[in-house]
Design a protein around this ligand. Structure first.
Ligand SMILES: NC(=O)c1ccc[n+]([C@@H]2O[C@H](COP(=O)([O-])OP(=O)(O)OC[C@H]3O[C@@H](n4cnc5c(N)ncnc54)[C@H](OP(=O)(O)O)[C@@H]3O)[C@@H](O)[C@H]2O)c1
Length: 240
């Protein structure tokens, strides 16, 4: 059996990916989000606020039997308060770093610790963003959380190589997806975000990818071994 742990499995990309994985009877998914929208015999949901680090620290990865692969997908994320530095809501700064960066790091730490003695292949797939690799005004906190997860992923890969630990690591930018996150981006104040018109145009022009389509692209990075030899990758690297 392949066991997946997916954060943000209730909607958007995480929900589409979970539903796609559940089509294969060899896959079992543990989902984590504040709300639940999937019922399936091979799906177990944990209600958790991943901005609350006490809750994250207390999450216990289960004992697993008959394991082929174990995969942790850190997908839950938010763009946070789109604003100029000096005007950002401090509570939202903390929530955004907790959700996008610190909770994935704690989950990875506990995931590696829990399953290190299992000889099966393990994978950590972090859903990053092009915004972690290019500065975008108004998204200071979001960009820096994604840059942080990119670097954490690269260091993890170095450690996995040294330790020969059978852990694959990717930090994957998923492109621009038609989800609630994009709704929130389009609701930003123009004075806080100079690219807002561009994002409104993306939606009008049909340039946003449906989450089910992006999920299929993400699935390829999970299942096609060595599709990306670089830790930092993007669905835009796919040729077809
Ligand atoms: N959409 C894009 O264009 C785009 C572009 C680049 C990267 N990304 C990245 O792709 C990932 C998925 O984004 P999406 O567009 O699918 O977003 P979305 O539709 O807003 O979904 C976000 C998911 O994260 C969960 N989540 C949010 N806050 C949470 C919290 N405090 N605790 C637990 N779960 C929480 C949500 O579940 P609940 O509300 O039920 O908790 C939901 O399942 C994110 O990491 C995002 O940064 C998205």
């Amino acid at each position: 059996m392949n066991y997946y742990f997916i954060t943000g499995s209730s909607k958007g990309l995480g929900k589409s990916l979970t539903e796609l994985l559940l089509e294969d009877e060899n896959n079992f998914v543990y989902g984590i989000a504040r709300t639940s929208s999937i019922k399936h015999e091979r799906y177990i949901h944990t209600n958790m606020d991943l901005s609350n680090l006490d809750e994250v620290e207390n999450y216990l990865f289960p004992e697993l039997n008959n394991v082929n692969r174990i995969i942790l997908v850190n997908n839950a994320g938010m763009v946070g308060d789109v604003n100029r530095v000096g005007k950002i809501d401090n509570k939202k700064i903390i929530d955004c770093y907790n959700l996008n960066l610190i909770s994935p790091v704690i989950l990875i730490n506990n995931f590696i610790s829990k399953y290190t003695s299992l000889s099966c292949e393990k994978m950590v797939l972090n859903i990053s963003s092009g915004a972690g690799r290019t500065p975008i005004d108004g998204w200071n906190v979001y960009c820096s959380t994604k840059a942080g997860i990119d670097m954490f992923s690269q260091v993890l890969k170095e450690e996995a190589k040294i330790d020969n630990s059978n852990v694959t690591v990717l930090s994957l930018a998923p492109g621009i997806i038609d989800t609630d996150m994009q709704v929130q981006i389009r609701e930003a104040k123009e004075s806080a975000f100079s690219s807002i018109e561009k994002f409104i145009e993306y939606k009008k022009d049909g340039d946003l990818t449906l989450p089910d389509v992006t999920a299929k692209q993400v699935y390829r990075f999970i299942t096609e071994k060595d599709l990306s030899t670089n830790v930092l990758c993007s669905v835009r690297d796919l040729s077809e």
